[in-house]
Every structure is written in structure tokens, then in C-alpha cells.
Design a binder for this molecule. Structure first.
Ligand SMILES: [Cu+2]
Length: 138
């Protein structure tokens, strides 16, 4: 009986997904988007969150879901050269060398856990330009 109910549920699910009209407000897969800007505080080099839950946070922890698209935009706000690296996912952004320059990385986290992101230019990582990305298993 349990199996029959499960099969019916599955069938309804399939039929619904085939017949459901495309939602113009949600056309594609879910994307977790974050914006970070570079900042300087004395000798410190930092990432600061822009917008959403991470707004104003220094080196914010980015919470994402495994297998969901992640988009991180880095804005140069201090005129020093920066980039963002996530070596656990083989990601290295373009450099933003001038003030107001932006770059965006897009990737799919294919494993769960805690991982580091950082700027590896001119010793910035050692000067504090490093944060965590937590990938939650789905
Ligand atoms: Cu940097």
C-alpha cells in the first residue's frame, strides 16, 4: 500500500512538473547570489558584505546549498588589486585592479562542508582578507 501511494505521488509530481506553466518570476535554477566589496582598515585588508543578510559584515560566512548555483560578485572599493579564490572548487576570479571595477564568479558547490575564500594578491590573505563558505548538504 505504501508503495502504491508513493507511486501515485511520484506520478502526480511528474505530471505536474510537465504541465506546470513556466513561471516568469522564477525562470531558472535557484541561484545564491552574494556581493562583496574590498575594504582597508589600517593594515587590514578585508571583504565586506554588500546587501542581503551579509550587508556590512566583515569577511561574512556565505551559507549555500550543495549543488545549487552560487554567484559571488566582488567590487573593488579601495583601488588596490584584488581577486577572490575558492581553491576547493577550483575557482579563481579575474582581478579587479581599479576602484569600482567588478568581477563575478559562478559555480556549483559539488561537496558540503566549510571552505575558505580569500584574496591572494599582495599578501592580502595574511592581512585578513579571508572568509568562510559553508556548503550545506541537501
Ligand atoms: Cu586583495
Amino acid at each position: 500500500m505504501k508503495r502504491i501511494i508513493l507511486s501515485i505521488g511520484l506520478l502526480v509530481g511528474i505530471v505536474f512538473s510537465v504541465t506546470a506553466p513556466a513561471d516568469p518570476a522564477n525562470p531558472g535554477p535557484k541561484v545564491s547570489a552574494f556581493t562583496l566589496k574590498s575594504d582597508v582598515k589600517g593594515p587590514k585588508r578585508l571583504f565586506v558584505g554588500v546587501g542581503g543578510k551579509i550587508d556590512g559584515q566583515v569577511n561574512p560566512t556565505l551559507f549555500v546549498n550543495e549543488w545549487e548555483v552560487v554567484e559571488i560578485t566582488l567590487i573593488n572599493a579601495d583601488g588596490l588589486p584584488h581577486h577572490i579564490a575558492l581553491p576547493d572548487f577550483f575557482i579563481l576570479s579575474n582581478e579587479v585592479k581599479e576602484k569600482e571595477q567588478k568581477t563575478t564568479i559562478t559555480f556549483v558547490p559539488f561537496k558540503s562542508g566549510g571552505f575558505v575564500y580569500y584574496c591572494d594578491l599582495e599578501g592580502h590573505r595574511k592581512l585578513g582578507m579571508e572568509g568562510q563558505m559553508t556548503v550545506v548538504r541537501r
